[in-house]
Design a protein around this ligand. Structure first.
Ligand code: ADP
Ligand code: TRP
Length: 335
């Protein structure tokens, strides 16, 4: 079967240009490589940790699925599914939670961040507002990965700890019950590939500084015009390396376009013009995706069927692992 590469996308919020260049396009390119089996899924049960808004969870699942397909994911080449359509994952999450030390979960970043906020606010109960979902988040993520015995897990730097915890949990299970799980490796996207948002910090839903992928042309231009720049006048040479407009341009441009733009910066291009050039390039790249997206988003039935077909493939793979897991722990038929 070759190497199994698996990654999940939490279905909260709308995908932005950072997601496109940092996750969506690289995953699609990787899925076309020979010898790779790709598992890509909508982490909809994860979204309940962050959001208790049913409409947001539902719509986001639908929009994210449409985004991946619009950007070129071929569902016949990969296993593309909704986490909630694969009950084996939830079953595994329980079994794994029974070999996971509570102390390990106490050290998880997301949980620690929540207790730190309570500490800083002087709240006597450090666990105030912490749900069991948040606390168990790394176990569910381990189940997502181990249900398929994935070899590689491409994720952002912030998720690295979860893959380390997955390895700890898998090793603990193997130690108690015998070798069932493969220990997966994280594949971390390089810091160099991090796209800045309109305020210059990392583009992220959490910073409210994103440029969504599927804005219409007018809204895209408006978002690009909002990118923060310094106050240098046209005619004054500018440093491309420290400039957000240039960093975004670089993510979409060819080598010769990048070189040309560097010369224009040296010549003191005005910010208005630099932004117009950036807009034309992004618009050219995004347009075909946007057109496809507007078609797919109308096809609820197509999206549903694609995901159901994906879940059939996913369940086939996960049920093989689950059979081994159940046997290993002694939950099996009497004969
Ligand atoms: P957000 O920070 O907006 O919540 P996510 O954590 O949902 O984004 O990101 C999903 C994936 O998209 C990450 O694992 C990462 O690979 C990629 N990604 C997110 N933001 C960026 C960015 N600014 N630049 C490059 N890649 C990014
Ligand atoms: N927690 C990840 C995120 O917020 C998404 C995710 C859920 C995931 N399960 C996963 C990523 C399993 C990789 C493997 O980005």
């Amino acid at each position: 079967m070759g190497k199994k590469v698996l990654t999940g996308i939490t279905t909260s919020g709308i995908p932005h240009l950072g997601n496109l260049v940092g996750a969506i396009l690289p995953a699609i390119i990787a899925s076309n490589r020979p010898g790779i089996s790709s598992f890509l899924f909508l982490a909809d049960y994860h979204s309940l940790i962050k959001s208790q808004d049913p409409e947001l969870t539902h719509n986001s699942s639908f929009e994210i699925a449409a985004s991946w397909l619009a950007c070129g994911l071929n569902p016949n080449e990969v296993t593309f599914y909704r986490q909630s359509d694969v009950p084996e994952i939830m079953e595994l999450a329980w079994i794994l939670s029974c070999v996971t030390a509570k102390g390990l979960m106490n050290r998880a970043h997301a949980y620690k961040a929540a207790t730190n906020i309570n500490f800083e606010q002087g709240t006597s109960d450090l666990d105030k507002s912490v749900t069991m979902g948040l606390f168990n988040y790394p176990v569910l993520m381990a189940a997502d990965i181990l249900a398929f015995n994935a070899d590689q897990v491409p994720v952002g730097q912030d998720q690295k700890q979860h893959i380390e915890m997955t390895r700890d949990i898998a090793a603990r299970f193997n130690h108690i019950y015998g070798d069932v799980f493969n220990l997966p490796d994280a594949v971390i996207s390089s810091e160099a590939g991090i796209l800045p948002g309109i305020d210059g910090r990392k583009m992220s839903k959490s910073y409210n500084n994103t440029i969504p992928i599927f804005l219409d042309e007018k809204a895209l231009l408006k978002a690009i015009r909002k990118i923060k720049t310094n106050s240098l006048e046209p005619g004054v040479p500018k440093d491309p390396e420290t400039c957000t407009v240039f960093q975004l341009y670089k993510a979409f441009a060819s080598i010769s376009q990048i070189e040309e733009m560097e010369v224009r910066y040296g010549d003191g291009i005005g910010w208005g013009e630099a932004k117009d050039i950036l807009f034309s390039l992004v618009e050219e790249k995004i347009k075909p995706f946007r057109e496809k997206y507007s078609e797919i988003i109308k096809e609820k039935g197509y999206l549903e069927n694609t995901l159901i077909e994906g879940s059939v493939k996913a369940r086939q793979a996960a049920s093989i692992t689950l059979k081994d897991v159940r046997d290993a722990v002694g939950i099996k038929s009497f004969q």
